[in-house]
Design a protein around this ligand. Structure first.
Ligand code: ADP
Length: 639
């Protein structure tokens, strides 16, 4: 049975004991270490938490002074403050210091010291409240170290780093950035990222930055020029990204910037070297073309004369074939140099698909016959018109037919089919020849590509034709593909082109009707002007054999004089002549009252768009590129 306390004094004492016990519990288990320390520094009373912090048992602590366990480096400061507290100069003090634990480890604590005084104000002892801040200290230290590391990276990085607010206002940059732009960080304050960008590059830079700021992209990379403080330009590659805060809100824009001026200069030099090479190829091809012109015309003249000796006839045919082949190679070479200079352009107009196919066949047929192969043609539907550069498409088809013959043995068939399928013109050239290994079906369209089996066959060729064909078909908005069942099993090349609209179809009908009513050639007066006497002679002979009355001159001035005297129906003018060139001569003829109705054509080695435009401006009716197709020249008589 529990003992009941009835005596009030006893009750009060019991109450006091309970209160004391409570205080003891609080003291003992407080979150902080608490100690009563004598004037000499000895621990008089310590709680459990202080024992935990220091690693000593209560008994061990009570045998020690705070001086014994304080880190030697912190002792002087602690003693000094304690003495001032004892003297009454301080009411209390607070400091961070280190203890050396019993196990030798260092603990960081926050110490609050105060003094207990007697009723008459005499110092009796210290009370120390000790908070373990080791974890906090360590975390702060780790943070400091990591910040120092990042700062060091920032300071020493070879890449320029700049940070701006979301409006692009500069906040911070590293020395590499300062060096790159020539401004100090202080000078950049008050400026914006965009201010450094070269005026010509600003629009694009602004567009991309806006996308970034609106959160449409997380980052972007751009190459542009910066204008440095001294006004010079520097090419930079910039990587811009947005930095976010803890709540994931965008707060900063960071730019990583590297100087690529020398890289750009090297690229520029490489481009210049390429340009020079292309220029050289263009000039070379042009120069090679000129001597071909009179050879070709001579062959045409020989043919017109009719050979008496079969041996002569054979020689003439050999020359014809080889010159034609050489002209093709040179033309391809010229086109390649145009292709790499981005100067390959189409002259699109509504054109008869039938005429294109016929011309391509005419181009390739002599070679197919020579190979003793048979061409089987299917389509196209009559009167079908496409929007195309007829000459270029003829070149593409001619090339496919030529290849089909070149890479097939004698006594095989080549099938050309032209059809309209789902609003597309589909042209297929199928042969029964060499075939193409599956792995090389797409590679054949690369520039200078030749399949291994074709190389062994050593048929000659530069590997240009299909690359050009692909580019030309692409430019028409179409596609070209190759397929083959493998080596020895033939190949099929398929060209797909968008068909023209109805409107285009009707516009084109007129010229084809015009072509229908051709009048037979009749005797005409022809004036030929070319500073290359052989070339002039051959063309003159060609027209004489066609029954024309022909005069020859070798410079521009004579051409104008002779045109006035002779009043030819047709004037054929070389462009590059000493003194007055073909353009000037044509302009003078056109200005004369007698010259307006003459047919004046340019005959030149230059066939680029700009050259053709210039000819049209000078008043030429047509522009022929050497070596000219003699049939096309004679065709002029039918105008
Ligand atoms: P070239 O015929 O002058 O070498 P092309 O660009 O016209 O250049 O052709 C590239 C390559 O594609 C050829 O060298 C040949 O290997 C292959 N090729 C083209 N057409 C055919 C074909 N009809 N049959 C087999 N291989 C072909």
């Amino acid at each position: 049975m529990p003992h009941r306390i009835t005596d009030p004094r006893e009750r009060a004492e019991a109450q006091l004991r309970i209160t004391e016990e409570r205080f003891r519990q609080i003291f003992e288990n407080a979150a902080v270490g608490i100690a009563e320390v004598g004037a000499d520094g000895r621990f008089v009373m310590v709680n459990g938490t202080l024992c935990e912090i220091t690693g000593y048992s209560r008994h061990e602590l009570l045998q020690r002074s705070f001086q014994d366990i304080t880190h030697p480096d912190d002792l002087t400061a602690d003693l000094e403050l304690a003495e001032r507290l004892a003297r009454g100069e301080l009411q209390q003090y607070s400091m961070e210091k280190r203890y050396i634990r019993k196990d030798g480890e260092v603990v960081f604590v926050n110490l609050s010291g105060s003094a207990v005084r007697s009723a008459n104000g005499e110092f009796m002892h210290y009370v120390a409240v000790v908070e373990d801040i080791t974890d906090r200290k360590r975390a702060a230290e780790a943070l400091r170290q990591s910040e120092q590391q990042f700062r060091s990276v920032f300071e020493h990085a070879a890449t320029g780093i700049a940070i701006a607010d979301m409006d692009g206002q500069f906040m911070q940059c590293n020395p590499a950035y300062e060096k790159l732009v020539g401004y100090t960080e202080a000078e950049l304050h008050g400026m914006r990222f965009g201010d450094l960008v070269h005026p010509d590059d600003r629009a694009e830079n602004m567009r991309r930055t806006l996308e970034l700021r609106r959160g449409l992209v997380p980052h972007f990379e751009i190459e542009n020029r910066y204008v440095r403080r001294d006004g010079s330009s520097v090419w930079v590659r910039k990587f811009l990204s947005v930095l976010h805060d803890d709540q994931d809100a965008p707060v900063r824009v960071m730019a990583l910037v590297s100087d690529i001026t020398s890289e750009r200069e090297r690229q520029q030099m490489e481009r210049e070297a390429m340009r020079q090479k292309d220029e050289f190829i263009a000039v070379l091809a042009h120069e090679l073309r000129n001597p071909l012109a009179p050879i070709r015309t001579s062959v045409a003249v020989l043919r017109t004369l009719g050979a008496t000796d079969p041996a002569l006839e054979r020689c003439r045919d050999v020359i014809d074939r080889q010159v034609t082949h050489m002209a093709r190679l040179i033309d391809d070479l010229l086109d390649v140099s145009r292709l790499s200079r981005g100067e390959l352009r189409l002259q699109r107009a509504p054109a008869s698909l039938g005429a294109i196919v016929t011309q391509a066949i005419e181009l390739a047929e002599p070679f197919i016959h020579q190979q003793r192969q048979r061409l089987v043609v299917g389509g196209p539907p009559d009167g079908f018109i496409i929007d195309a550069d007829a000459a270029r498409l003829t070149q593409v088809l001619g090339n496919l037919l030529h290849n089909a013959a070149k890479y097939s043995p004698p006594d095989t068939e080549i099938h050309l089919t032209v059809a309209i399928e789902d609003g597309e013109v589909v042209i297929a050239v199928r042969d029964q020849g060499l075939g193409i290994p599956a792995s090389q079906l797409t590679r054949v369209f690369d520039l200078f590509a030749q399949t291994d089996n074709a190389r062994e066959l050593s048929k000659g060729g530069l590997g240009i034709g299909l690359a050009l064909a692909k580019r030309l078909v692409d430019m028409h908005g179409g596609s070209i593909t190759a397929c083959s069942d493998g080596p020895g099993r033939g190949s099929t090349f398929t060209v797909r082109l968008p068909a023209a609209t109805d409107a285009q179809r009707t516009t084109a009908l007129e010229p084809s009707q015009q072509a229908a009513d051709r009048t037979p050639p009749q005797a005409r007066r022809v004036l030929v002007a070319d500073d290359n006497a052989d070339a002039a002679e051959m063309i003159a002979m060609l027209f004489e054999l066609a029954g024309c009355e022909v005069r020859q001159v070798h410079d521009g001035e004579s051409a104008v004089l002779e045109a006035e005297r002779f009043r030819p129906d047709l004037v054929i003018l070389d462009i590059g002549m000493p003194g007055m060139d073909g353009h000037e001569a044509c302009q003078q003829i056109r200005r004369a009252p007698w010259g307006a109705s003459m047919t004046v054509v340019a005959l030149t080695g230059r066939g680029q768009d700009a050259d053709r435009q210039l000819s049209a401006l000078s008043g030429f009716d047509q522009h022929f590129v050497k070596p000219v197709d003699t049939d096309a020249l004679l065709h002029l008589l039918q105008r």
